[in-house]
Design a protein around this ligand. Structure first.
Ligand code: SF4
Length: 295
């Protein structure tokens, strides 16, 4: 297939997609709809969001259900799980939890790491900013991943359970992971525009990278925002840079729309005139390149 570059009209078409998007319909399906009611203050917002991002594996219904189950085990207040006085009871309540391959002992260890972090720091934002100020967004994510893995933490938190550290990859690792879940967490914490939480105040929205899940990657590739054949950190950088050229102040505002265009079935990921006809970005989509809508 020939290289596919963004059309000059793409910024206008993407803006149309954004303006016409039924946010309220897709909000109900998004993990942020389960996180928001738990995020009643900055600490609770951060705890609920990192829990939600950690569990963001699989379909959105299962993810929302998993977040709600953990919140239910905390009595509806996720901050209860980062109170050092509740460590033993927390481990007992989470023992039987499972979401895909994530086990209760791993979620318990995450809360143990957070409890330890909050004993000395006001927020995870401090960790992200420390890495970001010297290494840009990948540096911030790397530092955040290290903190969540428990690197440099007190011996009191103990050894992590099997598989725990792999939950928090860094873009600087050799795997060059797209780090979708941590990048999504940072989006939720930094952006204050709907539907995000906006509790972090030191990172400009223009610095954000796109959380490149399979839906966002598919449409980004087909709009020419990246030529990469697979999801990787390099693809995250390319798509983010292309979106930054369209909106330098808030490039990641398109993430929710691109993601839910795929999740909702608004985009069939194939040439289907009945669905693609009214699609705002159809003139830019490589599946329709050079084809009139009546083809
Ligand atoms: S034209 Fe069709 S396949 Fe292409 S992005 Fe739009 S809905 Fe998806």
């Amino acid at each position: 297939m020939r290289a596919h570059h963004p059309t000059p009209e793409l910024p206008r078409h993407l803006e149309q997609l954004y303006e016409r998007f039924p946010f309220d319909r897709s909000f109900a399906d998004d993990p942020i709809s389960t996180i928001r009611p738990l995020a009643t203050d900055p600490r609770r917002g951060e705890v609920a969001a990192i829990l939600g991002a950690t569990l963001a594996i699989g379909n959105t219904t299962a993810i929302r259900g998993a977040i709600a189950r953990v919140a239910g085990l905390a009595g509806g207040d996720v901050a209860w799980f980062v109170d050092p006085a509740h460590a033993r009871e927390r481990a007992r309540r989470l023992a039987g939890f499972r979401h895909r391959w994530i086990r209760g002992d791993q979620v318990d260890h995450l809360f143990r790491v957070l409890t330890d972090h909050y004993a000395r720091h006001a927020s995870l934002e401090e960790a992200f900013v420390a890495g970001w100020s010297t290494g840009g967004f990948p540096g911030g994510l790397d530092r955040l991943a290290a903190v969540l893995r428990g690197v440099g933490r007190s011996a009191a938190i103990g050894r992590p359970p099997p598989g725990y550290r792999a939950l928090f990859p860094s873009p600087i690792d050799r795997s060059a992971s797209p780090c979708k879940r941590l990048t999504l967490f940072v989006r939720w914490m930094v952006r204050s525009r709907y539907p995000d939480l906006g509790y972090w105040t030191h990172v400009p929205t223009g610095e954000l990278k796109v959380p490149l899940d399979q839906h966002v990657y598919w449409i980004a590739y087909h709009l020419g925002l990246t030529a990469r054949k697979s999801r990787s950190w390099a693809a995250v950088e390319e798509v983010s840079e292309a979106l930054r050229r369209i909106d330098p102040i808030d490039p990641v505002k398109y993430d929710f729309v691109l993601c839910h265009t795929g999740i909702s079935g608004d985009c069939p990921k194939e040439r289907d005139l009945a669905v693609c006809g009214p699609c705002s970005v159809r003139p830019d989509c490589r599946l329709w390149r050079g084809r009139p809508v009546a083809a």
